[in-house]
Design a protein around this ligand. Structure first.
Ligand SMILES: Nc1ncnc2c1ncn2[C@@H]1O[C@H](COP(=O)(O)OP(=O)(O)OP(=O)(O)O)[C@@H](O)[C@H]1O
Ligand SMILES: [Mg+2]
Length: 384
């Protein structure tokens, strides 16, 4: 028997009608479709003292539990020092109107209106170029990085595809290996004029494209330091503008030692060529060079020992010691060869001479080795 029958009989007993009787459920069911997105109730600690509704809302927006219901995301990820936060403005609330249910729905609706879509991310990490990338680096200056980068560019020049040489060293020396004027605008010009890197890639007489660093001053270098340290994928973003494809090759010459440039270049390297010399000073800093590469796959890191003097017993022994020390990562010993300096001075290509010098032969062998690795990588990536 239902509750209504009981009540109906009671009405009859008093000679009255139960027609107007309506059974109600004493339990209030709080149904709020607007809150459907809230997966779990958020426990809000009871306030220590009574507050006006507006003040309570301010508190709720700041309560640590509320991000679970997607409160507006601050555009800036940097915490604002408390001293700089404006004092909270608590406006007196108007006299409450309507039922509790209506007022609660109004509050919920307000809260939903404040929920914005997640703030656009400052950018998804830039993709590394599709091209194969070789990065040339060294711990000591003057060991032959730029000479090696220019040589590899020449020797690995793609028949079907682009070969781009990128100079990340403010010395701006790479362009001199391709008879380009030192005033040729490069990536510094691109930064200053907010232009894209693609517009500053110069086609050289060797059929390679070269993106020089370009002329720069101390203020420019400070600006780069700041850009690179605050934008970890800045280099990848600029390179995206070159629109390099799978068949292309990018050779990057870096400044000596570690720098924000090096970190970003290594992040996109397929092959790394560390250049060192067969002398005690280079040997003593080899561990640094290896440490910078310790996060990379060992098979992607190779070392070549440049300017080995066959007439100098110490130089030959040092090269042998380095060979043993580097094991599988040893790439080659490049003999001392005055031709490299002559080629630079008289603006000719040392690999276009009637006969190869031993240093040119050694560099050709290095190029063949790297070409095989690059081809292997290409095949692997196209099989994926
Ligand atoms: N195998 C070699 N034999 C003789 N000279 C060489 C050899 N390789 C490079 N050089 C010469 O050494 C000098 C320095 O070379 P390079 O500019 O390539 O070094 P680097 O490591 O790029 O220098 P930096 O650290 O200043 O960028 C140049 O004059 C170059 O011609
Ligand atoms: Mg150099």
């Amino acid at each position: 028997m239902s509750q209504a029958d009981d009540v109906g009989n009671l009405f009859l007993r008093f000679g009255a009608s139960a027609d107007s009787y309506k059974e109600i459920n004493s339990e209030f069911e709080y149904f709020e479709p607007l809150l459907a997105s809230v997966e779990a109730p958020v426990p809000v600690p009871p306030p220590a003292m009574a507050k006006s509704p507006a003040a309570t809302l301010v508190e709720l927006k700041r309560a640590p539990a509320l991000p679970a219901v997607s409160l507006p995301v601050q555009a800036t990820a940097q915490p604002v020092p408390a001293a700089k936060l404006p004092a909270p403005v608590v406006t007196p609330s108007p006299a409450p109107a309507g039922s509790l249910r209506e007022r609660l729905l109004a509050v919920a609706s307000e809260r939903r209106a404040q929920v914005q879509p997640p703030a656009a991310q400052p950018g998804t990490p830039a993709q590394r170029p599709q091209a194969q990338v070789i990065v040339v680096l060294s711990a000591k200056g003057g060991v032959g990085k730029t000479t090696v980068a220019a040589s590899l560019g020449r020797l690995l020049k793609r028949r079907a595809g682009r070969t781009v040489l990128l100079d990340l060293d403010p010395q701006n020396a790479l362009l001199s290996h391709f008879n380009l004027s030192r005033s040729t605008p490069g990536l510094n010009h691109a930064r200053l004029h907010d232009s894209t890197w693609g517009t500053h890639c110069v086609m050289t007489t060797s059929g390679l494209e070269c993106l020089p660093f370009g002329p720069s001053n101390a203020a420019d270098l400070r600006a780069f330091d700041s850009l690179l340290s605050t934008h970890p994928d800045w280099l990848a973003r600029q390179l995206a503008d070159l629109k390099l494809g799978r068949d292309d090759l990018l050779v990057i010459d870096t400044p000596t030692g570690t720098s924000p440039w090096l970190q970003q270049a290594l992040a996109m390297a397929d092959q790394v060529v560390g250049v060192t010399q067969a002398n005690a000073a280079s040997y003593l800093v080899l561990d640094k060079l290896q440490a910078w590469l310790s996060h990379l796959h060992p098979q992607a890191c190779h070392f070549l020992v440049n300017k080995v003097d066959p007439q100098n017993a110490l130089s030959v022994d040092m090269a042998e010691l380095l060979h043993r020390h580097l094991g599988n990562q040893w790439l080659a010993a490049i003999p001392l060869d005055a031709q490299f300096d002559q080629a630079l001075a008289f603006e000719y290509d040392p690999f276009q001479q009637p006969a190869d010098t031993p240093a040119c032969q050694a560099l050709r062998a290095v190029a063949v080795n790297l070409a095989q690795r690059i081809e292997h990588n290409r095949e692997e990536s196209s099989a994926r």
